[in-house]
Design a protein around this ligand. Sequence first.
Ligand code: GLU
Length: 285
Amino acid sequence: MNSKISAIASANRLVIKVGSSLVTNEGRGIDRTVFDNWAHQIAFLHNQNKQIILISSGAIAEGIVRLGWSTRPKTMHELQAAASVGQMGLCEAYEAAFSKYNLRTAQILLTHEDLTNKFRYLNARNTLFSLLRLGVIPIINENDTVVTDEIRLGDNDTLGALVTNLIEANAFIILTDQQGLYDSDPRKNPSAKLILHAKANDPALEVMAGSSGTNIGTGGMLTKILAARQAISGGAITIIASGREDRILIRLSQGELIGTELRSAGELVFVEHKKWLIDHFQLQG
Ligand code: GLU
């Protein structure tokens, strides 16, 4: 394997996850320039006959801005209220950004139940495949407004991995506000090194991931590693990279290695029913 070339180049169905901090300019509110930029890059990939599904966080962060709250609320019903307000903003901003490139978007809000109940799982899968066939870009978030603490997935890294397996994507790209996974915390250790390639099951990854992350979204680096493992167990290569990197998606699709690329060390699960079982049992703990 050439350590300088990303395997993303050959992927034809990709799930791209963008975190709250990127979506809302670190909690200041929807960043339309960034949305336009992603729409431009995704349109480029779409024109290369790649199918794209976007997982977008940011509903709660945007809702907090729109409601004029200065801090993140603690109670579930306030978080849910913020999510429902913010989700309107995400929906409108994505539709506006993608329409400049003549692309239609579809909003899909999923719950844990939609992914654990076999009937609902297949239903969501069929809808997503229909949208992809129609050339629409599905934009997915957790349905924060209706889920309670006990049953919510809670972070979109996990949701992204489950969707990757649901639609048998061959790549899962997690865009975040960090360059990727470092061998130690780069904020504390200036000589920390970015990991370019790793086997997903390497136990050292957990230690490296530590608890780094921002307080805008929910998933830290550890969550991303666990989500990557889940996606990789279903056969997808996973990249963790900075969403602020210039033309990141286009460059990845051209084979450039950016951020951290995680791959499987062993047998991959390709059969759809087996994928459901794996995710189902992981979700049930
Ligand atoms: N679903 C949450 C939102 O849209 C984000 C969860 C996460 O940060 O991963 O605000």
